[in-house]
Design a protein around this ligand. Structure first.
Ligand SMILES: [Zn+2]
Length: 320
């Protein structure tokens, strides 16, 4: 990873320069859904059994022209495992050895795969940046389950430190569903000395899932040193509505990445089935049309969420 002797990260500086020049920064597209689309079972994010598949997805996004690649770490945290047990003692008693450290181990692996891909792609000199993705501690569509802010900050800090040690360029809090947890996460990243972006999952009418207006959410982050506020993981038209409200609320950089297809739980399949209007319902050319509208609305960071593919990102690179 390109680092100057003083430790400042050249990759992230390049992103900041692009933002300052009002150039569009291109994110990659869906990671988890793309790994699944390639036939990899979701267990452990594919990181243990099929690291080569995850690395290849990163490589394909870099080849498509992404300025930023996101680590395959969505909903990868200690709590995701501990929630499945009665408590830590119970986990130690009936779970496999080392399970309490598994999230940290997989997180480091995920960052390493993104770094390997960047190195392999030979884009180190072009400075593609690696975003360490951290999602809400509980399910991203369940703001009602969000933990209190002190707990959230402590637990997010753990993941932030793992990612920092593994070598991400900045932290992207993704699909955040409450202002409170977004603030806690941003504070944790800033305390660790890392740049931070925050992206909120939205519903129709420019609101977070819990009903907080996106404009209020953006303003609540103003004093925390968040470089970019984004909206993600909602259908294209909901993203457009939220972005429009976000643009009015914030003068510093904003961004957007929509999901396409239908969420088919529990394993993050995004409608790659005939019965759904799947990824094919929003082909790259149609996605580009939406992205052009987002750019007109003021988005300086644009990419894809669940269901989008390297073809979508290639089309954005070509057309934006
Ligand atoms: Zn998504």
């Amino acid at each position: 990873m390109p680092r100057r002797r003083d430790g400042a990260d050249v990759s992230y500086e390049r992103i900041k320069e692009k933002l300052a020049r009002d150039e569009t920064v291109l994110l990659d597209g869906g990671i988890g859904t793309e790994v699944l689309r390639r036939g990899v079972y979701w267990r452990c994010h594919g990181l243990e059994q099929h690291p080569e598949a995850v690395r290849q997805v990163h490589l394909d996004y870099l080849a498509a022209g992404a300025d930023v690649i996101k680590t395959n770490t969505f909903q990868l945290n200690r709590r995701a495992y501990s929630n499945l047990f009665h408590g830590l003692e119970h986990m130690r008693r009936i779970g496999p050895p080392g399970l309490e450290h598994k999230a940290a181990k997989l997180t480091r692996q995920a960052v390493e795969l993104a770094r390997q891909a960047r190195h392999e792609a030979g884009t180190d000199s072009n400075g593609a940046a690696i975003a360490g993705v951290i999602s809400p501690l509980e399910h991203s569509f369940r703001p009602d389950l969000a933990p209190p802010p002190d707990v959230a900050e402590r637990e997010h800090r753990e993941t932030v430190e793992e990612m920092k040690a593994a070598g991400v360029d900045f932290i992207l809090f993704e699909s955040m569903n409450t202002v409170q947890e977004a603030r806690a996460g941003a504070a944790a990243a800033r305390a660790a000395g890392l740049p931070v972006w925050v992206s909120f999952v939205v519903r129709e009418s420019a609101q977070l899932l819990g009903g907080e207006p996106i404009a209020d959410a953006a303003k609540a982050l103003d004093a925390l040193g968040v470089d970019v506020v984004l909206v993600n993981c909602a259908p294209v038209e909901d993203i457009t509505a939220a972005l429009s409200a976000l643009a009015k609320a914030r003068s510093s950089p904003i961004g957007a990445y929509a999901h396409i297809g239908r969420y088919d739980p529990p394993s993050w399949k995004f409608g790659f089935y005939p019965r759904f209007s799947g990824t094919d319902a929003v082909p790259p050319a149609k996605y580009l049309e939406a992205a052009r509208e987002w750019k007109d609305l003021g988005a300086s960071v644009i990419g894809g969420c669940c269901g989008t593919t390297p073809e979508h990102i290639r089309e954005l690179r070509r057309g934006l």
